[in-house]
Write a protein of this length. Structure first.
Length: 518
């Protein structure tokens, strides 16, 4: 059954009648990133107004693959993470084929002991629906549907948006404006900011079909399959018996012609054989990798697609945007509360432009492998595919998408190289079971000092979580060491770690964290 789009209620904005008092935070765009941002700020006690130019969740087929880290972020936002996992198709295995032979397979989460799976596949409209449900429950959030930003001004201490509604226009002032208005970001346009990067000269058909079939919950990718000669293809299973099929078409194809169902249906029939299906959604896409030079512009902050875009192969768009939410929420909340200087937001810019570059690099490499330029690039690609069936080293060079994982920030917080590399400063704190509960459930609102296999030093001012040196906690946090102290940021990132430290050293690290100097 096709998704049932229900419009959310439009209400007349108070600013249409009389000027509103200045708001703390205005979020432009109620896509996944704007909504998650509002809930994360509410978690930290900060109020926001969210405006969106329409009144329904994302139309058509966009993001489907949500990564472990994205699910961990969503898990802090009320019941959104739990609903996404319950509804979504959980998967972790990907298979890449050349013609019909498997040349490469990967398992994204071979280890147990994590609350969240490697990936779930779930249509973007469900994720947005769950986020709206949660946002509507929060007293700190006001969502205004059918409110479109059409103008913007800013001074040193606030931004002013001009907003159009079905009942006329009004102005709204906010100390901070977060632009989550998507890849074509009108806010970015209004500010005249360059969005540098590349457009890949390739077209893909994206089709969602409803079909009863017994395909396993895996990602299947083909180079040059017999059903679609000379091109590539991708198949993903989603809930509600919906399958996503991506077919590479080539740059020379005419998108107007390819859009027609009489062209699409025979192509899909070649993929699924004689199974019956219903075409739920289709579109023709070209892909770009671009980002803003900086995500911070005075009182205007960019997050999600307005700040950076990538090709979908690797699922790094929405997942990368949720990591922006992760890195910005606690910092902006501290600035709004007066607990941190405005300059600390530079750390958000530093970390997330770094994350965007990593995503763009991975996404560009994949796109180039899938659509090599004539000459040496094509020769290399074809030889890798030919050899991959025979020689193990060539398999690692096959690139049908390096799937979204969080980057490790280059933090300067104290480190002890005797402790495990995967938990070094800048990494997401690895999850671990704590009896029936999970370690990440105990982190994510305020800084926490993990005291593992030892007591915390006297006089520590941050909350302490003492953990026994056993099981997954030992394996992931201690390695061969007997005990350790880990300072974890409110976004569950490791800020610093020691085998031993006094309270003054830890207090310095906490200060550096709030000031964005770590
Ligand atoms: C085909 C495809 C497949 C994808 N697959 C994946 C995937 O598997 N995994 C993944 O993580 N990502 C994927 N992505 C990327 C993902 O869809 C985006 O990264 C994600 O939607 C970005 O969210 P956002 O909130 O930043 O922007 P958007 O979702 O674009 O939301 C922006 C919002 O701003 C509103 N808006 C715009 N202008 C104004 C204005 N002037 N005033 C008020 N409101 C305004 C819009 O109505 C919209 O609601 C895919 C994208 C595509 C196109």
């Amino acid at each position: 059954m096709a998704y049932d789009y229900k419009p959310y209620p439009y209400r007349r904005a108070p600013g249409l009648t009389a000027p509103e008092p200045r708001h703390k935070v205005l979020i432009v765009g109620a896509g996944p990133i704007g909504l998650a941002m509002a809930i994360e700020l509410a978690n930290h006690g900060v109020r926001s107004v969210v405006i969106d130019d329409n009144d329904v969740v994302s139309v058509g087929s966009r993001a489907i693959c949500w990564s472990k880290r994205a699910l961990e972020v969503l898990d802090r936002l009320g019941d959104v993470g739990a609903r996404a996992v319950a509804k979504g198709v959980t998967w972790k295995v990907g298979r890449t084929r050349h013609h019909e032979a498997e040349v490469y397979a990967f398992d994204l989460l071979p280890e147990a002991g994590h609350k969240m799976p490697a990936f779930v596949n779930l249509q973007q409209y469900y994720v947005e629906e769950y986020l709206i449900d949660e946002a509507l429950r929060r007293p700190e959030i006001e969502i205004r549907f059918k409110n479109r930003v059409v103008g913007l001004d800013q001074s040193t201490d606030h931004a002013t948006a001009r907003i159009e509604t079905p009942d006329g226009a009004y102005e709204l002032e906010a100390d901070w404006l977060i632009a989550c208005d998507g890849a074509r970001s009108p806010v970015r346009e209004m500010m005249g900011l360059a969005f540098e990067g590349v457009l890949f000269e390739e077209r893909f058909l994206i089709a969602d079909i409803e079909m009863t079939a017994d395909f396993p919950p895996e990602r299947w990718f083909w180079f040059e399959p017999t059903f679609h000669p000379g091109q590539s293809a991708l198949l993903h299973k989603q809930p509600d018996n919906i399958y996503r099929i991506d077919l590479q078409l080539g740059w020379d194809t005419d998108p107007e012609v390819e859009r027609k169902p009489e062209r699409i249906v025979p192509r899909i029939e070649k993929v699924v054989g004689d199974r019956k299906f219903r075409l739920d959604w289709s579109s023709i896409y070209t892909f770009q990798c671009r980002r803003l030079d900086s995500f911070l512009h005075g009182r205007v902050i960019f997050a999600g697609d307005s700040a950076h875009v990538v090709s979908p192969f690797g699922a790094r768009g929405g997942n990368g945007g949720l990591q922006d939410v992760d890195a910005l929420g606690w910092r902006l909340a501290a600035v709004v509360r007066g607990d941190a200087p405005g300059a600390s937001l530079a750390a958000y810019d530093r970390e997330r432009t770094f994350g965007a570059d990593e995503n763009i690099l991975n996404s560009s490499r994949t796109t180039r492998f899938m659509t090599p330029a004539d000459g040496i690039e094509r020769l290399f690609r074809d030889q890798v595919l030919r050899l991959a069936g025979q020689v193990p080293f060539a398999r690692t060079l096959v690139n049908s998408g390096r799937l979204s994982v969080p980057c490790t920030y280059a933090l300067t917080g104290a480190d002890d190289p005797a402790l495990p590399l995967a938990a070094r400063p800048g990494s997401v704190a690895p999850d671990a079971p704590l009896g029936e509960a999970w370690l990440l459930d105990r982190l994510g609102r305020e800084p926490v000092l993990l005291a593992i296999g030892r007591a915390a030093p006297k006089g520590v001012t941050v909350p302490v979580l003492e953990l026994a040196a056993e099981g997954w906690v030992r394996a992931r946090y201690l390695g061969g060491a007997g005990a350790a102290l880990y300072l974890i940021r409110p976004d569950q990132i490791v800020a610093a770690r020691w085998q031993d430290a006094d309270a003054a050293t830890i207090a310095d690290a906490v200060r550096a964290m709030w000031e964005g100097r770590e």
